[in-house]
Design a binder for this molecule. Structure first.
Ligand code: FES
Ligand code: FES
Length: 157
């Protein structure tokens, strides 16, 4: 067991967990952050995406011992004072959601992209979301949502 101290959605957290426990499981089981989904479990689908020290990562591929001292943002951390993140609003407005299983991962990846590049081109959006898979939407509405968010944006995570 290790003492895992890190910051999650702006709050400092200390947990005693097995060092080899996946960050995905720490977030879901120990912290109840159920937006973080488990799809492939091997770093291919992006359903488990979180922002980890400013970069989007697959939390199924990060161990608790690697997360010590880190800053993690999940979908739950994007809304502020009861207001959705502009990217969440854009997903609703454009209908970029069907079953919704992939959606938290796409929004987290999109937010990380917009934080580093507030006005991405279509190609840059596709590239920024290339680690995320969706079986339902056909992707175009997701790209449209990210584009729409660039017009609303002004926030940082
Ligand atoms: S569950 Fe982590 S990348 Fe698919
Ligand atoms: S909306 Fe169903 S997998 Fe993306």
């Amino acid at each position: 067991m290790i003492d895992l101290k890190f910051t999650v959605n702006g709050e400092k957290v200390t947990l005693k967990v097995p060092g080899a426990k996946r960050l995905l499981d720490v977030l879901r089981e120990d912290l109840g952050l159920l937006s973080v989904k488990e799809g492939c479990s091997k770093g291919e689908c992006g359903a488990c995406s979180v922002i980890f020290n400013g970069k989007v990562v697959n939390s199924c591929m990060v161990l608790a011992c690697q997360a010590d001292g880190s800053e993690v943002t999940t979908l739950e951390g994007l809304s502020k004072d009861g207001h959705l993140d502009p990217l969440q609003e854009a997903f609703i407005q454009t209908g970029a959601v069907q079953c919704g299983f992939c959606t938290p991962g796409f929004i987290v990846a999109g937010r990380a992209l917009l934080n580093r590049n507030p006005h991405p081109s279509d190609e840059e959006i596709k590239d920024g979301l290339s680690g995320n898979l969706c079986r339902c939407t056909g992707y175009q509405k997701i790209v449209t949502a990210v584009k729409l968010a660039t017009e609303k944006d002004g926030s940082d995570v």
